[in-house]
Design a protein around this ligand. Structure first.
Ligand SMILES: NC(=O)c1ccc[n+]([C@@H]2O[C@H](COP(=O)([O-])OP(=O)(O)OC[C@H]3O[C@@H](n4cnc5c(N)ncnc54)[C@H](OP(=O)(O)O)[C@@H]3O)[C@@H](O)[C@H]2O)c1
Length: 344
């Protein structure tokens, strides 16, 4: 245990959160079941991970539903698929020795019998609080950094609009765009979060997307149009922004948080004319397509962190059992930063 890893215990049972039934839209606490299993045996090539921070990610809604997205559905009765960061406490794989730390596909449980394929990043000793490896240096930071480097093409003077701006991915996108010289406008769900975007994250403008005159607000914030829309919500706000894009504008589609269910298919206005006449480029982005870029992106983020250029908030639930209700919390917008569950 280093200064960056809080003291943790090694429970004698494996607490697990299982998917109990298919959620109808946003997964509710009642959609999950709790079980205490025995600590898994590791086979040759495997290692035992003591999960310390469980990640709570909007994408879990898609994994829990049977409407396919970019990955297969979690089966009813299975441990809920989740990313987590933890310590290796036993190993039959010399590449992943006991005492090292890993971030990967270890599920909402205390222990995982893991293989190399389950690991996204591995590190001998953390150089920042361990929780950062599941957020700032996890898929949230990686998504912000890699998607902007590939598709953002942010130039000084650009107007960049960001949805879920006060969240884990969005707050980093805003700060990276600011650092690239853009005028950054954030969308978020409350006036308190708008204030935080201005006062803490240093944005130029912040808009509460619940107000009835949002369209006028966007027009006033981007009088010459939006050059880059980094969108994680989709839905009516996206339809509105498409009509406020500058010519040759870019969109990065990172998520669809505002669409509670894809069945039946939600309908909206036809937008192809906006794409044509404004010559827009619209890129879908899935961070897991970029595994080979993770280490370089983490180095960039660590460098910026060390230089004091990034503010990153974590919202850490302190009780294992809170995992089951954590997606409800996330989709209510009551999280203040990266949502994690401490299990130690
Ligand atoms: N494509 C990828 O590879 C990838 C990887 C990681 C994350 N993502 C996506 O990035 C987005 C942010 O993820 P995160 O982990 O950083 O979570 P987050 O932003 O910390 O938390 C989710 C936020 O979404 C907002 N939200 C919830 N329901 C909404 C709705 N109906 N309409 C608009 N906003 C809503 C809430 O903030 P407000 O209070 O502002 O409403 C909530 O705090 C998600 O869409 C996620 O799926 C994509």
């Amino acid at each position: 245990v280093t200064a960056f890893v809080p003291t943790y215990d090694l429970p004698s049972v494996n607490r697990q959160i299982l998917l109990g039934r298919r959620p109808d839209g946003i997964p509710l606490e009642a959609d999950f079941m709790r079980r205490e299993a025995s600590i898994p045996e590791i086979a040759h090539g495997q290692f035992l991970v003591r999960n310390l921070y469980l990640s709570v990610d909007p994408a879990q809604r898609g994994w829990a539903s049977d409407v396919s997205n970019y990955s297969t559905a979690v089966q009813i009765g299975d441990v809920m698929r989740a990313l987590a960061v933890g310590a290796i406490v036993d190993s039959k794989n010399p590449a992943f020795p006991a005492g090292a730390y890993v971030y990967g596909w270890f599920g909402w449980q205390d222990y995982a019998a893991a293989s190399a394929n389950d690991v996204l990043t591995a590190f001998a000793a953390p150089v920042a609080p361990l929780s950062a490896y599941a957020g700032l240096f996890g898929i949230n930071g990686l998504t912000a950094d890699i998607s902007l480097s590939r598709y953002g093409h942010v130039a000084p003077g650009d107007t960049v609009l960001v949805s879920t701006a006060a969240g884990a991915v969005g707050s980093l996108v805003c700060q990276l765009a600011k650092a690239a010289g853009a005028y950054v406008v954030g969308l978020t769900g409350s006036d308190a979060k708008c204030r935080k975007l201005l006062d803490v994250y240093g944005l130029d403008r912040a808009l509460n997307y619940h107000v009835p005159d949002l369209d006028e607000g966007i027009a006033a914030a981007a009088p010459e149009g939006v050059n880059l829309f980094f969108d994680s919500t989709g839905g009516p706000v996206l339809d509105m922004v498409l009509r406020r894009m500058a010519v040759a504008g870019r969109l990065i589609q990172c998520g669809t948080a505002s669409i509670a269910s894809w069945s039946p298919l939600p309908l909206g206005p036809r937008n192809e004319r906006e794409i044509l006449t404004r010559r827009l480029s619209w890129n879908g982005f899935v961070v897991f397509d970029h595994l080979s870029e993770f280490n370089a992106a983490i180095s960039r983020l660590q460098h910026r962190m060390a230089a004091g250029q990034l503010h990153f908030e974590e919202h850490i639930l302190q009780d294992f059992g809170q995992s089951a209700g954590a997606l409800e919390l996330l989709y209510s917008g009551r999280n203040e930063g990266k949502l994690l569950v401490w299990t130690g």
